[in-house]
Design a protein around this ligand. Structure first.
Ligand code: FA5
Length: 352
């Protein structure tokens, strides 16, 4: 190829590149133009390869043409690049502009767990009657969980509450009743009667099903004074049932057995769904069982240092899950522990 042709080609290449640069709409398109014209496999490289076929006196002529191409190309390229970058930045800023007149998005807030709400409502009820709320350990001694509750070693009633033992003497408590003994031991009876409730987690080797869990919550209640009777227990439970399940609830006490109370009773409330006529919730009986209770066994008082000739008392223990299930028509206890927010957020309320 002659030097003239090559010179001309370089010239037209410069013009074509200039045109494309001026028409480029983005910095990305601009980069592609650079590759097309001055990249390794670009059109200018093809011309440069002709250099070796030229005479020595022609070589500087082509060299000059090529270097002019670069001058022109680079100048235009740089100008256009600056302009496009500015344009792109402006477009980006515009796209990201905050519209301060838009209303704010409401942050989602959590809800108190329905079991917590239920526990606090029960606590509030008893606080209103002058009870104190006390806490007890979840990891408990056999001594308190069983022995001081009148369940000596090898007592058959221990089988009523299948136990997670840690060693021979230490276990996860199977009920909140051991807090009875702990509280009686430390209470100053000269200062007045003992009225306490104790909520908390308990653990049993039960198989999980719709109404049973291996870990659940109970609330223990204990009143010790002079001349406490079953009538006091019944009156207290009646008020409780009405506060939790509606003003026209009635209660009935059925004989039962717990080693730590004598007599022992199970308390039923009249069905809040059918009012006693019989329905699927009360299994057509008109009554629903809510808790176990009784008059504190004299041996339990004595083992905790309380004079049974002078003092008597009543105690009760109820399952918080059971109360929540009845009040909110929840058909499976496992819903409480699965933490599905579709379930949990249905129960907005309680102390936030
Ligand atoms: C007791 O635990 C006695 N300590 C209650 C008591 C206290 C009686 C004071 C007398 C005086 P029981 O094993 O029945 O009793 O349990 C009491 C309540 O806990 C039951 O009525 C039920 O509501 C709940 N409960 C028992 N087992 C489970 C379980 N596996 N899952 C969920 N709730 C349960």
């Amino acid at each position: 190829m002659s030097i003239d042709t090559l010179q001309q080609q370089t010239q037209s290449l410069a013009e074509a590149a200039q045109k494309e640069i001026s028409e480029a709409h983005s910095t990305q398109a601009l980069q592609e133009i650079r590759v097309k014209y001055s990249g390794k496999k670009g059109e200018l490289t093809a011309i440069s390869k002709e250099m070796r076929n030229l005479d020595n006196d022609e070589k500087p002529i082509l060299g000059k043409a090529i270097s002019e191409f670069h001058n022109v190309f680079n100048t235009h390229f740089a100008e256009k690049e600056t302009a496009l970058k500015e344009q792109e930045l402006k477009a980006q800023l515009e796209a990201e502009t905050l519209d301060v007149t838009l209303p704010g998005r409401k942050p989602t807030t959590g809800t108190r767990h329905i079991l917590t709400q239920t526990r606090e409502e029960i606590e509030d009820f008893f606080l209103g009657l002058g009870y104190q709320v006390v806490d007890g350990p979840e990891v408990e001694l056999d001594l308190y969980n069983f022995e001081k509750m009148n369940l000596p070693k090898n007592h058959p009633a221990r089988d009523m509450q299948d136990t997670f033992y840690i060693d021979d003497e230490v276990m996860l408590r199977t009920h909140t009743s051991p807090v009875q003994a702990r509280t009686m031991e430390t209470h100053d009876f000269d200062a007045g009667p003992l009225k306490m409730i104790s909520p908390g987690k308990v653990f049993r080797r039960d198989d999980d099903d719709a109404t049973h869990s291996h870990q659940f919550q109970q609330i223990e209640g204990l009143v010790i004074d002079k001349q406490v009777t079953l009538a006091d227990l019944k009156g207290t439970l009646l008020l409780f049932a009405r506060a939790m399940f509606g003003a026209d609830r009635d209660i009935r006490l059925r004989p039962s057995y717990f080693p730590f109370t004598e007599p022992s009773v199970e308390a039923d409330i009249s069905c809040f769904k059918c009012g006693g006529a019989g329905c699927h919730i009360c299994k057509q009986t008109g009554w629903i069982e809510i808790l176990g209770s009784g008059i504190v066994h004299p041996d339990v008082l004595e083992m905790s240092g309380v004079n049974a000739d002078e003092y008597s008392g009543f105690a009760f223990g109820l399952g918080i899950e059971r109360v929540a299930m009845l009040r909110h028509n929840i058909d499976d206890i496992r819903h409480f522990y699965q933490n599905d927010t579709r379930f949990l957020t249905q129960f907005k309320g309680g102390h936030q």
